[in-house]
Ligand binder design. Structure first.
Ligand SMILES: Cc1cc2nc3c(=O)[nH]c(=O)nc-3n(C[C@H](O)[C@H](O)[C@H](O)COP(=O)(O)O)c2cc1C
Length: 415
């Protein structure tokens, strides 16, 4: 059972908090790690699959074959799945699905983005404390694992405490508090005094959050904790920029962190687009350097690995997985998944059309061919993340062009 006292935690971050980053944080010293926020209805259209090759548990979206959530044994006791929801019934259904794969469930009540608010999720729930309470109570009463939520502060310390007391009465095991109001942005100062006011008066552990701008080294985490008087601390941006912030021994150079991250991305067959996004957020302004620009042109894990001298590592690992029969991203066939994908009209196929899934790597196409191909016979019909497209190669009498497409795409099982 998760203990929330005296913990240093990787905060939930959309697109950053996928398996490789969570494992990196744990290996560097984080005690607990949150997943990125996953929206309940998206999770509900996924199917749980055990991946014997990667030794992971994958929740695969049945409509497009993408991995909604991937986890493994190494993090099983330490990973907290964060849900975006506005409905107790749906939240419970998802929580029941994952109950045996994760250490705890957290409900996001702090996201101020329009997408969340319009859907009645995130901070919208804080304006409806009864509804927020009901979601938490439903989960607490029906799950065998701990339940928590992550909120933003209210306009005053007193109002924040009042809200926390209400939510805590649902039986949650801890509460994450981001010390900014719903209208404040990351550049605004964090209200450590608000968090302290609550920490001193509430019996459940408070996980303080929002201090990344002032947290430049390991010791700073404890200064922030003291200011907030909290049980634990949760870091988002400080970890996004340099995940080795969790190391007691001190920060590692950026290139070491990128290499450690890339190896995990390869080990767990992370999608190239997600891997690229995470590295971009480590590189930050260094993207505008010759090496940064070279990196921005990358579309495959192998290309990214080459920049950090990990090309051989990547090649060996991918070949190993391939030989073991891994179903890589381009092999995922939504047509075979349930429910049937209505957008894919394969019935229209006549004898003049051949269909083939290829990995579309933009850099492998010349501009002239790209135009010709798109005009004449290749239609992108599906997107797996940003980097791997399924193409319908049509019109056999223009087959020569199709063949050139295949050659130029240098079809490879890994995008
Ligand atoms: C890239 C990014 C993605 C985020 N995604 C989430 C999320 O999925 N769920 C959530 O509750 N908060 C999310 N947040 C907010 C952080 O968890 C955190 O509350 C905020 O960044 C303040 O903490 P910090 O000062 O340590 O960065 C995100 C923040 C960033 C920078």
């Amino acid at each position: 059972m998760v203990i929330y006292e005296d913990k240093i935690i990787l905060a939930p971050m959309v697109r950053i908090g996928t398996l490789p980053m969570r494992l990196l944080a744990l290996r560097y010293g984080a005690d607990l790690v949150y997943s990125e926020e996953l929206i309940d209805w998206k999770f509900l259209r996924s199917k749980r699959t055990v991946n014997d090759i990667l030794h992971t548990v994958d929740y695969v979206d049945q409509t497009d074959g993408t991995i909604v959530f991937r986890t493994c044994n190494e993090e099983k006791e330490k990973v907290i799945l964060q849900l975006g929801t506005c409905d107790a019934g749906r939240a419970l259904k998802v929580a029941k699905l994952v109950e045996n794969d994760v250490a705890a469930i957290d409900i996001n009540m702090g996201c101020p983005k329009e997408f969340s608010i319009k859907g009645g999720m995130g901070v919208a729930l804080l304006a409806q404390p009864d509804k927020a309470y009901n979601i938490l109570k439903t989960l607490v009463d029906n799950l065998s694992i701990p339940v928590t939520c992550k909120i933003r502060i209210q306009e005053t310390p007193e109002k924040t405490l009042e809200l926390v007391e209400k939510l805590a009465s649902s039986g949650i095991s801890a509460i994450g508090i981001h010390g900014r109001t719903r209208d404040e942005r990351p550049q605004h100062a964090v209200h450590t005094d608000f968090i302290k006011h609550v920490s001193q008066r509430i019996s459940i552990p408070v996980i303080a959050n929002g201090g990344s701008k002032e947290i430049e080294k390991y010791g700073d985490i404890f200064k922030f904790k003291d200011l907030c008087g909290s049980s634990s601390v949760m870091l988002a941006r400080a970890a996004e920029w340099n995940c080795s912030i969790f190391r007691k021994e001190g920060l590692l150079p950026m290139d070491t962190v990128i290499k450690d991250y890339l190896k995990l991305a390869v080990d767990y067959d992370n999608s190239p687009s997600n891997t690229k996004y995470c590295i971009q957020n480590i590189l930050r302004e260094l993207q505008d350097t010759p090496r940064g620009r070279q990196f921005l042109d990358c579309q495959t894990l192998k290309q990214m690995c080459a920049i950090w001298d990990l090309e051989d590592y990547c090649f060996k690992k991918q070949s190993e997985y391939h030989n073991m029969g891994i179903a890589s991203r381009w092999q995922v066939n939504p047509i075979n998944l349930e429910p049937p994908n209505k957008k894919c009209k394969t019935e229209d196929t006549n004898t003049d059309i051949i269909q083939s899934k290829v990995c579309f790597i933009r850099a492998n196409f010349t501009d002239s061919l790209k135009t010709k191909v798109f005009n004449q016979c290749v239609l992108p019909v599906m997107t797996y993340g940003a980097e791997t497209w399924t193409l319908t190669v049509g019109l056999v009498h223009r087959c020569k062009v199709a063949q050139r497409v295949m050659e130029q795409a240098r079809i490879h099982p890994y995008g």
